[in-house]
Design a protein around this ligand. Structure first.
Ligand SMILES: Cc1cc2nc3c(=O)[nH]c(=O)nc-3n(C[C@H](O)[C@H](O)[C@H](O)COP(=O)(O)OP(=O)(O)OC[C@H]3O[C@@H](n4cnc5c(N)ncnc54)[C@H](O)[C@@H]3O)c2cc1C
Length: 500
């Protein structure tokens, strides 16, 4: 690390310098720090994190029952064996990440309570200058870096997405979003309505149903779930055989990824078969008299939205016991006592939980400026969902929807370190990507094909995201199974890369 003096307004300002700056200490940022430490030991780097600790998603979400919806053998890093049950609580994930930080001495690189507000690229200096604030002291933060590794996630952490419904102000009870769950919320003996039927609703409902008078999941339309036991029989069997945990981790990952590839393929080739299979399992929990058609038969193809794993079918057990119920209807308006539905029914509630999703945040709400010009991210074209045309020395980790996010953290970790090594070899200070002559006539489309994947938060914010082309290199294909071969094989001297 070196320091230099730069001018900021009239007051002299000390600017620290790093080779690489990682934004965010969630599972992506901690993974990025690990890969830099091990694969680029000569690079100086810092991780800037706005929150008071590491963990990102897993630190911030405090609603009861918060847990992963994918298995930790693949949501865990490839380099750190997971030894617990496949689906983990936020606390277990934080413990795991804490071990990665301790075992690799990463803490000395992480600066908490450092919020980044702007990032400015100067082609003259071939540097990014980051300006932010220490949220504990209010002191300004000025750092320069050669390369920005954006690990800021994809949604705004300060508040979740709550639609505006008529009459919300009339409701006399409490309205709560899971992302900002009040610590002291007392739901004991209360009637609770949860709006939404995604992974959050499926997690929250079984966690609090036992304490409420009744809990209702109110959905506009049904969602797919995969109920199953929270065990991995292969891993447990290997443990009985006293196989080394690092082997168990690798073998179990391979088996899970192999099975997931088959399911993903089926969702494209024979969606009706997969749909029938998923619904059949739900029926087994709810019995033949339950109206599965109305409440658990989605209108979309499986995997067009994320499918939540439901450990031990807990949410279905709650419904079968009568403690929880499902209503599939549209909201007409909020009333004093609850929610009036389009059907004319009224759902009475003391507490309404809006499990209605996220606000997408592109690039951590950081204002980007390149050579004096504000960056309009939506005017760029993405290179494999990680780099962007005309944006130098920057890579964003945006994980997978149909596979665990972290698989891409490891793949892109290798890629960044290879790219930085290549730049050193050829003496380049700057890299960006550009469309090639053969891409001139390529149609520029929205970031994600809605036919492929279409959750509401993405649909609402597609106009903010970079464009995609119709070739695999100009889109985030969301296909881990192809990318695990394609990304390591990327030719860094290919015509899409520009170095100076
Ligand atoms: C409840 C929930 C459950 C999920 N479960 C799964 C799952 O089971 N499997 C799966 O694959 N995915 C899951 N996801 C998706 C999940 O977000 C990712 O898997 C993953 O945790 C994202 O990690 P990340 O480090 O990229 O981003 P985040 O966890 O969002 O962390 C980003 C970090 O960057 C920091 N940051 C952002 N902007 C700035 C700034 N301007 N300045 C400083 N710091 C900044 C934030 O404070 C945060 O700590 C889930 C998401 C949610 C919300």
């Amino acid at each position: 690390m070196t320091t230099s003096a730069a001018a900021s307004g009239t007051a002299p300002q000390t600017t620290e310098h790093f080779d690489v700056l990682i934004v965010g200490a969630g599972i992506s940022g901690v993974g990025a720090a690990y890969h830099l430490t091990h694969q680029c030991p000569d690079k100086s780097f810092a991780v800037l994190e706005g929150l008071e600790n590491f963990g990102g998603t897993w630190l911030m979400h405090k609603y009861p029952g918060i847990r992963s919806d994918s298995d930790l053998y693949t949501f865990g890093y490839r380099f750190k064996p997971w030894t617990g049950p496949p689906v983990a609580t936020a606390e277990e994930i934080l413990t795991y990440m804490g071990e990665v930080i301790d075992e690799n001495d990463l803490d000395r690189h992480i600066r908490y309570r450092h919020r980044i507000d702007s990032a400015t690229w100067s082609s003259e200096d071939e540097l990014w200058t980051i300006v932010g604030e220490r949220t504990d002291t209010g002191e300004p933060v000025h750092i320069s870096a050669n390369f920005l590794w954006m690990c800021q996630g994809y949604y705004r952490h300060s508040e979740g997405y709550t639609p505006e419904w008529d009459g919300m102000e009339d409701f006399e009870g409490e309205i709560v979003h899971p992302q900002t769950w009040p610590k002291d919320l007392d739901y004991t003996g209360k009637n609770v309505v949860v709006i939404g039927s995604g992974a959050t609703a499926a997690t929250l409902i079984p966690a609090i149903a036992g304490d409420t008078a009744h809990i209702t999941m109110l959905q506009r339309s049904p969602t797919y779930f995969i109920p199953g036991h929270n065990v991995n029989e292969l891993a447990d069997q290997l443990r009985v055989l006293e196989i080394d945990e690092s082997w168990i981790h690798e073998i179990t990952r391979r088996k899970i990824l192999h099975d997931q590839a088959a399911i993903t393929q089926l969702s494209f080739d024979q969606p009706d078969i997969l749909k029938a299979e998923l619904i059949k399992v739900v029926r087994e929990y709810l019995g033949p008299d339950y109206d599965i058609e109305k409440h658990f038969t989605p209108r979309y193809r499986p995997w067009q939205q994320r499918i939540a794993f439901v450990p031990d079918g807990d949410v279905f057990k709650g419904i079968a016991s009568g403690k929880a119920s499902v209503v599939t209807d549209e909201i007409a308006r909020f009333t004093k006592k609850g929610i009036l539905l389009e059907s004319g029914d009224e759902l009475e509630a003391d507490i309404i939980v809006t499990a209605t999703g996220f606000n997408l945040s592109v690039l951590g709400d950081i204002e980007f400026v390149i050579d004096g010009k504000p960056l309009d991210f939506s005017k760029t074209v993405t290179y494999r969902g990680m780099m962007f045309t005309g944006v130098p020395n920057m890579l964003w980790i945006f994980g997978y929807f149909r596979a665990s996010w972290t698989l891409r953290v490891d793949l892109l970790g290798d890629f960044v370190c290879r790219l930085l090594g290549h730049m050193d070899e050829i003496g380049a200070k700057r890299v960006d990507v550009a469309l090639r002559p053969e891409d001139a006539a390529m149609p520029l489309l929205s970031w994600m094909d809605p036919e492929n994947f279409n959750p509401n938060y993405l649909m609402r914010s597609m106009h903010l995201l970079p464009k995609r082309g119709d070739k695999p290199e100009w889109q985030h294909t969301q296909d881990y199974w192809k990318e695990r071969h394609e990304i390591p094989a990327i030719d860094l001297e290919g015509p899409e890369f520009r170095y100076t």
